[in-house]
Design a protein around this ligand. Structure first.
Ligand code: COA
Length: 264
């Protein structure tokens, strides 16, 4: 049960990239249940259609359009489509991400580039398109989903950690450049969230990693833990919060990322 009033985002429109699965879908669900109309973009149409069906059954107004966030022209088309359909765009959640756990020695230049392009360039493409099409004139809120690696090394995640460090830097710069337009830009860094593709891939690549205590609180993270932080950041309660990257990770759970990738 939510602690937020159900109409906290009434009348607003949110675009969530990668919103058809995992944490992204939970963000769509929580924002939708609190009054927002939801637009989702991701690469696979069949996954988008399934998510739209499910969310509409829950009473949420959903618009979907497939796109690869690396494709700036496609992104502009998606953003224009959202504004055309809903006649506004108040919230952008850059959630789409690529990830495969691998040691540096196991990552090709193209593999490194794929993750940097999806996470960092994709965030730039979507944010810039939304700024030009709507946010510059009307203000709004951008939330970038990132990773809790700031200031530390993270084994098996060199590409992701580099990309997300760039995302966090971009978050802070956007917040400074665009404050004058009434645009707030923040990041949310999820710790280990149960049931996600990222955790599943990690469990396969790093056997034994799941047996450990997930964080000092001993709590398994849920997608809703991330979604409620996004909801708070998009609400007027956070009107003075911008340029921040907030970890939602139970006080840190990245011990597995300190493992020697070549084993003990
Ligand atoms: N280990 C090492 N390299 C890998 C890899 C793995 N597990 N998976 C993909 N790659 C490499 C590929 O070999 C390729 O490099 P190459 O051309 O030198 O061989 C490169 O990554 C791009 O592969 P491709 O399949 O073309 O990727 P893509 O651009 O279509 O997809 C990925 C991007 C690779 C990041 C893909 O894993 C992805 O999109 N994952 C998203 C889902 C996900 O993980 N979500 C959770 C986020 S936390």
């Amino acid at each position: 049960m939510s602690v937020f009033v159900p109409d906290v985002l009434a009348g607003q429109v949110a675009l969530v990239t990668g919103g058809a699965t995992g944490i992204g879908k939970e963000i769509c669900r929580v924002l939708g249940r609190h009054g927002a109309r939801i637009a989702i973009t991701s690469r696979r149409q069949e996954v988008l259609d399934a998510a739209a069906l499910q969310l509409r059954e829950e009473g949420i107004d959903v618009h979907v359009e497939s796109c690869d966030v690396r494709d700036a022209v496609g992104v502009e088309r998606v953003v224009a489509g959202v504004v055309e359909r809903y006649e506004r765009l108040d919230i952008v959640v850059n959630n789409a991400a690529g990830n495969f756990p691998a040691p540096i020695s196991g990552i090709s230049p193209n593999g490194f580039k794929a993750v940097v392009d999806i996470d960092l360039l994709g965030t730039f493409n979507v944010t810039k398109a939304a700024f030009e099409k709507w946010l510059q004139q009307h203000g709004g809120s951008v939330v970038n989903i990132t990773a809790p690696f700031e200031g530390m090394g993270a084994a098996f995640q060199s590409h992701v950690a580099a990309a997300k460090a760039g995302v966090d830097s971009f978050t802070r710069t956007c917040a400074v450049e665009w404050g004058r337009y009434g645009i707030r830009v923040n990041g949310v860094a999820p710790g280990r969230i149960g049931g996600t593709e990222g955790v599943r891939r990690f469990a396969e690549a790093v056997p034994g990693s799941q047996g450990r205590r997930p964080n000092p609180l001993g709590l398994t993270g849920h997608g809703s833990d991330i979604a409620y932080m996004v909801l708070y950041l998009c609400s007027s309660a956070a009107r003075l919060v911008s340029g921040q990257v907030i970890c939602v990770d139970g006080a840190g759970g990245v011990d597995i990322l300190k493992l020697d990738p070549d084993g003990p």
